[in-house]
Design a protein. Structure first.
Length: 148
């Protein structure tokens, strides 16, 4: 959670964005969301926190993702899978941070911010590359043995 605007704000999973550059300081080219077929627009219900190269596998990079709201899909139902739930959250964040829009903090907002982070979990995704483009695909399970 973050604070600083007079209220505590929960971080809702959102679309990821990949940018690439040949140089550390850029310029960067935006490639967009690497999460293939993620209609929920939530990066498979997580926030990528780190990427590491496996030390013993050729070209295996693994994305690590925090899942603060592991029951989000179950709680939001079809709205989660269609992206409608994310669209509502996106609109709310626009209201919070756009100085031209008056933000009204509702009881529904307060309820949405009550998160039991002790239930959080972590997901690991292998990253697939096609040339310089990175892709993250949902997999119910995978093993290191699948990679060279």
């Amino acid at each position: 959670m973050i604070s600083g605007i007079g209220v505590y704000a929960a971080i809702h999973p959102n679309p990821s964005e990949v940018s690439v550059s040949k140089l550390w300081h850029g310029p960067y080219t935006v490639q967009g969301d690497p999460h293939v077929n993620d209609k929920s627009r939530t990066s498979f219900n997580c926030q990528i926190t780190s990427v590491f190269k496996h030390p013993k596998k050729k070209d295996l990079y693994i994305a690590l993702g925090d899942r603060w709201l592991p029951d989000l899909a179950k709680e939001e139902g079809e709205d989660f899978y269609s992206g409608a739930a994310y669209a509502r959250v996106h609109k709310k964040f626009q209201e919070i941070f756009d100085p031209e829009i008056e933000f009204v903090f509702t009881e529904e907002d307060a309820k949405a911010m009550r998160i039991n982070s002790s239930l959080s979990d972590y997901v690991w995704f292998p990253i697939r590359f096609d040339g310089e483009r990175a892709y993250i695909e949902w997999r119910d399970e995978w093993t290191l043995e699948e990679f060279e």
